[in-house]
Design a protein around this ligand. Structure first.
Ligand code: SF4
Length: 373
């Protein structure tokens, strides 16, 4: 591992709209690069412009917390930040990668978020997060903290090949259970599953059973992307060494594609396995509203619930206009409660969507959403 300290000009990443996977409007990368060096990591792609040898070099942003303090400061801001979880991790670097043991940037950022009373969602593959359980508990008591762990499977042997520098899935699950014991909500991001290796019914079912047994509050699932260039070249090198018989099958599902997407039919088939298995085990397939309904601005709450409904319907192979409506609502500055009589003027909002929106505004929930569980 080579460390090169750098100074950041800005830290807080502001998304254009609320993200319904993480229920977050804001994120941050306290380190540039990630020495966890997962073989499939798309942070390796040229698209993200991470300098140096990905997986070996890491650049801690040593002034990150001071910059973050200025960015979060509520006094003197022209535009107020909207309430949502602030996500730590989930970008192109793990906030609890080995350099964190020395630099403690994540711990200091958490202390600041606690001071400013922000809800926090952490996504990591590292058990080092347990070091900060005191702060995370305090944040959870003030508003809410969620700790999610990402997995490509719960098989320790497969993980050792594709996630060489992170604690094994068994250790991650043990840490997850420790957070649950302290009353912290936890998620499993089964993302990405690796084609023809961890995307089988047996592997997905095993991961979801272990998630349920550890007490997770929700699971987020997704397939793998393989962007042409550094990411694809590195992944294919390892695949060739460890699973040479699979190389041709990858050629069948991954074409040259700007976003590295696999064929739609492939994603449909793994989504269907996930959907059926999660429903059988009664595991929420997205972060449930009970974890965020008291936190979000009313328009954001509607956007997240509509997007999740859209996702559940698409998992069943159905089409819906809920996603369009959610997108149109995400562009509004006016609170929906101030335009209850004009909801149908919003693009994509018909009679059924109007009913759902009114119910969310009144009760912070949706019976239709619940019926899809
Ligand atoms: S932990 Fe996440 S960011 Fe780091 S290498 Fe693995 S996939 Fe990439």
């Amino acid at each position: 591992m080579t460390i090169q300290e750098i100074k950041a000009k800005s830290v807080l990443l502001k998304h254009g709209k609320i993200d319904s996977w993480f229920v977050s409007r804001y994120g941050m990368n306290l380190y540039r690069g990630c020495t966890h060096n997962c073989v499939y990591c798309d942070g390796r792609s040229e698209r993200y412009r991470v300098e140096g040898v990905f997986g070996e070099n890491v650049a801690p942003k040593t002034n990150a917390v001071e910059i973050l303090r200025k960015e979060l400061k509520p006094i003197g801001r022209r535009t107020k930040l909207k309430p949502s979880f602030i996500i730590l991790g989930g970008g192109v670097g793990d906030s609890y990668q080995p350099a964190e043991a020395k630099y403690q940037l994540t711990r200091r950022a958490l202390a600041l978020l606690c001071e400013y009373k922000w809800p926090v969602h952490i996504l990591t593959k590292s058990t080092l997060v347990e070091r900060d359980i005191d702060l995370i508990k305090r944040i959870n008591q003030q508003n809410r903290a969620i700790v999610s762990f990402s997995f490509s499977s719960t098989n320790d042997a497969v993980s050792a090949v594709f996630e060489p520098h992170v604690p094994s899935p068994s250790e991650r699950l043990r840490t997850l259970a420790a957070f649950k014991k302290e009353g912290i909500a936890c998620g499993m991001f089964l993302l990405p599953v690796i084609p023809f290796i961890t995307d089988t019914l047996e592997m997905i079912a095993e991961a979801l059973r272990k998630a349920r047994d550890s007490g997770v509050d929700f699971v987020v699932f997704g397939g793998m992307t393989l962007k042409t260039g550094r990411q694809k070249d590195y992944f294919c090198k390892v695949l060739n060494e460890k699973y040479p018989a699979l190389v041709a099958r990858y050629g069948e599902i991954y074409n040259e594609n700007e976003w590295g997407q696999a064929a739609d039919a492939y994603y449909s088939s793994i989504n269907s396995i996930f959907n059926q298995t999660a429903k059988t085990l009664k595991l929420p397939r997205r972060m449930p509203p009970v974890l965020y309904r008291d936190i979000l601005w009313e328009n954001d709450l509607v956007v997240v619930i509509l997007e999740q409904i859209d996702y559940f319907l698409r998992l069943e192979g159905k089409r819906s206009s809920f996603g369009y409506a959610a997108y149109a609502i995400s562009k509004l500055q006016t609170p929906l409660s101030a335009m209850k009589n004009r909801l149908r003027e919003i693009k994509g909002v018909g009679e059924a969507t109007e009913r759902i929106i009114l119910e969310i505004l009144e009760t912070k929930g949706s019976t239709y959403y619940n019926s899809l569980q």
